[in-house]
Design a protein around this ligand. Structure first.
Ligand code: KG4
Ligand code: ZN
Length: 356
């Protein structure tokens, strides 16, 4: 697609997979505006997201967030060349609000619409910081719902799933350990904060699928539920003896076990597939120990790691606009008007194709 001015096309990205309403504008690898509204504060008292509240919040936030993004980018809707919207994975009600809004806009403006995979967007967002992605790379997506190792030949057209979690995702495991230690929801960032004050060698927790036959059979897979149970047993044992568990050391030992698995397997995938670049994304990629350990291990293995800055780790409109830009650049056919939200959209599917 070329524009009348010869510039790269202006992409509007809309994200509403969970509790964030994100709207962003991107031209090529340049971010022009990125606005987010969140309903997270409403869930602290429930200990988890309530889908109905999230859907209503998207309805209320969408137009103000869109207007703020257009103002920030100093463009009008008529300037937009294509619209990208998160089609999944995510909460169906939340996704529906964003998709309906995107369809209405695209139809009334007569612009192409792309329903994109929001999890792959966690990798694509890195183009806005570090420029175009390499031809082949290993992707590590880590969030509250995913922990996957991907072989990416083209983020817009060719993604192969090498492995994933057999049970909990990394962020989910952190949130569960946060609950065991009575930390506020979501527990991930709190467990991360306490782990930085603790001794990571004080308690050795088990690493799932890391030894014997499992190590080969599940070479790029993860399992965190045994680890979570080990943490629960440890806390119970300390309390049963009349002591208060040392939350700092527990978080540090637990974080080390999770991040040891994530980094070892991602690096192994890069080595096995002759990839010299590893791109990391997703809410959990904000984790301090993941970033530190990955940087150290990748450097030792001669692999370049690309990690988006913290503001791009959680769900945002920029990741969706960046996916849209990649799809347009690759010449992928737009999604049409009939696609529905797919709460379990496969990671091998970068976008919705017409007629599906
Ligand atoms: O990608 P995301 O915003 O939402 C989806 O799951 O799609 O990821 C949110 C997850 C939550 O489980 C949250 O606790 C976790 O990422 N998280 C963290 C940190 N920041 C967010 N987990 C560990 N350390 C962090 N610093
Ligand atoms: Zn996400």
């Amino acid at each position: 697609m070329t524009t009348s001015t010869g510039e790269e096309p202006l992409i509007l990205g809309i994200e509403s997979t969970c509790d964030e309403t994100g709207v962003a504008l991107v031209r090529g690898c340049t971010l022009l505006a990125d606005r987010t509204a969140t309903s997270m504060d409403e869930y602290a008292r429930y200990g988890g997201i309530i889908p109905e509240i999230a859907s209503r919040a998207h309805l209320e936030s969408f137009l103000p967030t869109l207007e703020a993004a257009l103002d920030e980018a100093k463009v009008s809707l008529a300037d937009v060349d294509a619209i990208a919207v998160a089609a999944g994975p995510g909460l169906v009600g939340s996704l529906t609000v964003g998709i309906c809004a995107a369809k209405a806009l695209a139809m009334s403006l007569d612009k192409p619409l792309y329903g994109v995979n929001h999890v792959l967007g966690h990798l694509a967002v890195d183009t806005l910081v570090d420029g175009p992605l390499p031809e082949r790379f290993i992707g590590l997506v880590v969030s509250g719902g995913h922990s996957n190792v991907l072989l990416v030949r083209d983020i817009a057209t060719d993604v192969e799933e090498l492995g994933g979690t057999l049970d909990d995702a990394a962020g989910e495991a952190f949130d569960k350990v946060g609950r065991l230690l009575d930390l506020p929801y979501p527990g991930g960032p709190h467990v991360d904060r306490l782990s930085q004050q603790g001794d990571r060698n004080a308690i050795r927790f088990p690493r799932g699928l890391a030894a014997g036959k499992d190590k080969e059979r599940y070479r790029y897979d993860f399992s965190f539920s045994g680890l979570k149970t080990a943490v629960a047993r440890y806390i119970e044992g300390v309390r049963a003896n009349g002591h208060t568990p040392n939350a700092d050391d527990i978080c540090a030992g637990f974080s080390e076990a999770v991040n040891d698995s994530l980094t070892a397997k991602a690096i192994a995938a890069a080595r096995d597939h002759d990839c010299d670049t590893l791109v990391v994304g997703g809410g959990f990629s904000a984790n301090s120990r993941l970033r530190e350990l990955l940087a150290d291990r990748a450097e030792a293995a001669g692999i370049t790691v690309r990690m988006p800055p913290l503001r791009f780790c959680t769900d945002n409109g920029a990741q969706i606009a960046a996916m849209g830009a990649a799809l347009v650049k690759a010449g992928v056919v737009p999604s049409g008007w009939t696609f529905s939200p797919d709460s379990a959209m496969p990671l091998t599917q970068p976008s919705m194709l017409p007629g599906r």
